[in-house]
Design a protein around this ligand. Sequence first.
Ligand SMILES: Cc1cc2nc3c(=O)[nH]c(=O)nc-3n(C[C@H](O)[C@H](O)[C@H](O)COP(=O)(O)OP(=O)(O)OC[C@H]3O[C@@H](n4cnc5c(N)ncnc54)[C@H](O)[C@@H]3O)c2cc1C
Length: 543
Amino acid sequence: MTEPSHPGVAPDQENAPPHEAPRHIGRRGFLRGAAALTVGSLSATAELARPEAQPAAVPEAAGAAAELEEQTRRALRWLGRDPADWVRARSGVDHNVVIVGGGQSGLSIAYGLRRKGVGRVSIIDRAAPGQAGIWRTIARMHQLRTPKTLAGPELGNAALSFRAWYETLNGAAAFDALDRIPRLAWADYLDWFQQATGTTVRHGTRLVEIEPAGDVLRLHLESNGVRTVEVTRKLVLANGYAGAGGPNLPDFVRALPPQVWTHTTGTLPVDALDGKVVGIVGAGSSAFDAAAVALENGASEVHLFSRRAYIDYPAPPSPQPAPPPDRGYPNMLELSYELLDVVRWRNFLLGDRRVASVPLDSIERAIAFDDFHVHLNSSLSDVALSGNGRISGKVGSKRFRFDHLIAGTGYRIDLTAQPELARIHEHVALWRDRYRPAAGEENAAGANHPYLGPGFEFLPRAGTGADFLRNIHCFNLAGALSFGIPVGDVPSVVDQPRLTAAIARDLYVESVDTAAHERFVDTPLVAPSAAPYERAVVTRAVA
Ligand SMILES: Cc1cc2nc3c(=O)[nH]c(=O)nc-3n(C[C@H](O)[C@H](O)[C@H](O)COP(=O)(O)OP(=O)(O)OC[C@H]3O[C@@H](n4cnc5c(N)ncnc54)[C@H](O)[C@@H]3O)c2cc1C
């Protein structure tokens, strides 16, 4: 799956020009970040990655932090306490729910479960504190690609929204002046959201393997090199865009030695790019952002290769009311699951065919450099490492030579390639098991997506009897076909109540003690003393 476009990427109609995206930057006029000199490939995993450049922060208004604290305290008091944990404890079980991933999805799901009174929820994240999610690591754009006014993980509680946080700290005028949300402000907001909702994440803890054991799951975890097993009733995979198969890598990239290429999910070797020629495969937003970072770090030339004939970008704001976006309406995720398979399949085909939209500021950031070159209708072929350690490749008869290649080629959905699923993937129902497309509508990538149930749960393939799969809820990009939008995006986080409702329902139904109900029905009711109303009683017997 190539990198999805983010819904509603068009500039926010409410607002004015960008507030901090640097424009017309001199070639070397950009401060270098403190990125690691990690070269190449997927060994540089996101959790180890560090940002290559940081936009400036907005200074906070004096006393704003204290005001925010007081405002949040008041809002939470008005909301009322979290309901008590009603889930009946079960012996031999450590957790009711384990959430893998402490990014925006994991945090929001944890908050949603708490507000439903589901206790014993544990969140793990393999990343170090402050490094969960993508915003301080592999995301390279200055601003989010989605509009600033979208609802986020706050689940309708306005006091916990980005806007409340940002306006209280910086003033309403500062929010109005934003084009879109600065990336690092979003990262800081998520940290605050975690703190305000009192959510604990067990950092440095990786899910290694899932072992089914009857109707519970034994999770093999690794923390500081130590392996442990914990038992849970439910598991939520909120493990990010790369969480259902990893990065999508063309074979010709994979065949090169790892030190000469980087997928955009890895850490760019920024300190080694000075004076170097960089090739970029792919033309989505991440490809443009990586191009800009390479140029800002001194690359002498960057060549970006697009298979398509044009680069798509959101239409500029117009005085005419914009037509409603096809995916941006509030209940999208909730509703699109209900569509017929044929409609969901065709929506996917449409998305697959579309050219991914790149925000204009990402294009402008790269275009500001004279040494940035876009090659349209151009697929690299004949790619190989030459004797001098450079990469050579051809488009038609024209040969190019690079010092480093960046793959901005998105993500793939392939459960067989996801290490944590090694024991179970063969039982998971995929779209190819459940839906036969009409002739001419086949799509191998779509056929590989899991066919998810209404609560994002994996479903067993017919005849496998693997009912334990219903306890694994897949809240990542693999839900894109079943739910109609890239799951994990900010707009999808808003709509995850479907997931928390399914978890609560399953735990509730499973917890019901039918024997206790029977005993209750069979026990005669004992009338309490009539003393409080005795004086007014005139009739005791029915005539
Ligand atoms: C470059 C980029 C830019 C994007 N920009 C936007 C945007 O502007 N607007 C928008 O709406 N969406 C955007 N998205 C999509 C989406 O919002 C982000 O991917 C977002 O980070 C998804 O949040 P998440 O919590 O689902 O996953 P993540 O933020 O990726 O968090 C997943 C977490 O799971 C952890 N994890 C993974 N595997 C394991 C394991 N085995 N054990 C323990 N922990 C594990 C990781 O360490 C990580 O912290 C963007 C995506 C990318 C890649």
